[in-house]
Ligand binder design. Structure first.
Ligand code: CMC
Length: 391
């Protein structure tokens, strides 16, 4: 065997060539297929961005219409899926339920995707784009004991998602446009981020030629952790804790710097960004606008701003180039939009779905080999086996 290079966490290992997302962590640049995230967040809508990420070009009007309609046609799941959801306790975390339901989709859509056929691949893609929001909305409905529902084909993707999540029996559904626009923007900002933990997981699982739904389900599980997508929930919980403790941000800064204490400032730091996360910049601005437009006064926003200011001037954070990341302010907007905290990471998953699909598709089209890292063995040398009676 040749010499194996050890790189825990793959800090310096490129796992693939990719033409999807460009990220310059030193300069704080993020582009999808060459387009600046700032432009896309401002000028495009979520399905346009999804199409761009997956197929490489912005869609024209007909392409977008077809993509939208094909997804709508897939916006239902087998009735048996309701029984599976029924089996979960109400206390189950929506991310665990979502991963399980996504995996369960494979039982009702068992045919494997022939990746040499663009048509076959397209079908799998619109299926998951259509069904995933239904499952995501149901995880919330389950938690809040609301009857399961389906979407409304006359609505666009994001409004439909919102309706599926929040419509209440016996009440007519209404939503402020500010809410839908903000949600659309958040989904775009989360749509892809090159070889992060969940995306690498999707590529890794898919590299064994497991199907798209199985790969996405694995991605949901990877995203769940507090060091990754779960950070958005962890941030709000941390800010609440600071508020309840009297609002002394300095105390928590010191705690985060103490190496004996496992506490970290959630929503700070990033493996690749050693400068402002451009998504955090957009979200911070958006948080101010959305809270203003909706007339929400959230004291936690002031705590977040105070914490950010202090961290940006603190030697520990400056030296380690720890800046606020995408998750630092997103929870504050989600909360203003009425999304319960346990659903924050599910919102991230809904946004990341097109990225996962695009990366899976690229990996299969590039005929990448199975992902299989090596190791350096540090366990015991050969040992003689002792039968049970003599141990
Ligand atoms: N609070 C306090 N110290 C930190 C933090 C933090 N949030 N993040 C990193 N550090 C310190 C860390 O202790 C280490 O210090 P030293 O060099 O003295 O040992 C140094 O900064 C480098 O950190 P690292 O853990 O080696 O960096 P990493 O690239 O392995 O981890 C990270 C990146 C995002 C997991 C980490 O910064 C972190 O845990 N942040 C908090 C969780 C979070 O906000 N995650 C969301 C990431 S962005 C969205 C997403 O990916 O989903």
């Amino acid at each position: 065997a040749g010499l194996i290079t050890l790189d825990p966490g793959y800090k310096n290992t490129g796992s693939c060539e990719s033409a999807i997302t460009f990220l310059d962590g030193e300069k704080g640049i993020l582009r999808y297929r060459g387009y600046a995230i700032e432009d896309l967040a401002e000028k495009a809508d979520f399905l346009e961005v999804a199409f761009l990420l997956i197929f490489g070009e912005l869609p024209n009007k007909e392409q977008l219409e077809k993509f939208t309609n094909d997804i709508k046609e897939q916006s239902h799941v087998d009735e048996e899926m309701k029984k599976i959801l029924d089996g979960f306790p109400k206390a189950a975390h929506p991310m665990g339920v979502l991963a399980s339901l996504t995996s369960a989709l494979t039982a009702f859509n068992p045919s494997s995707v022939d990746v040499s056929s663009e048509g076959d691949m397209y079908k799998a893609i619109v299926k998951i784009m259509g069904k995933f929001p239904v499952l995501a909305a149901w995880t919330l409905r389950k938690k809040h004991s609301l009857p399961l529902n389906y979407g409304d084909e006359s609505l666009d993707y994001v409004e439909n998602l919102h309706k599926m999540m929040f419509e209440k029996p016996g009440k007519s559904y209404k939503v402020d446009k500010t809410v839908i626009d903000a949600l659309d923007k958040l989904l775009i900002l989360h749509a892809d981020h090159e070889q992060n933990c969940s995306t690498s997981t999707v590529r890794m699982v898919g590299s064994s030629h497991a199907g798209l739904f199985a790969s996405i389900s694995a991605g949901v599980s990877a995203l769940w952790g507090p060091l990754h997508g779960g950070a958005n929930q962890a941030v709000i919980e941390m800010l609440e804790r600071i508020k309840e403790d009297g609002g002394d941000t300095h105390k928590f800064m010191e705690k985060a710097k103490d190496k004996e204490d496992p506490f970290r400032l959630m929503g700070f730091g990033h493996r690749v960004y050693k400068n402002f996360d451009p998504r955090a910049k957009i979200i911070k601005k958006s948080a101010d606008e959305v809270l203003g437009q909706l007339g929400v006064d959230d004291p936690v926003l002031d705590i977040a701003k105070g914490l950010e200011k202090e961290a940006l001037e603190d030697d520990y954070f400056v030296q380690r180039k720890l800046y606020p990341n995408v998750d630092f302010y997103s929870g504050i907007i989600y909360r203003a939009l009425g999304i319960p905290v346990e659903m924050f990471t599910v919102m991230f998953a809904l946004g990341r779905l097109p990225g996962w699909i695009a990366q899976w598709r690229e990996m299969r089209l590039n005929k990448e080999p199975i992902g299989r890292p090596r190791q350096i063995y540090v366990g015991p040398n050969h040992r003689d086996f002792k039968p049970l009676g003599s141990r």
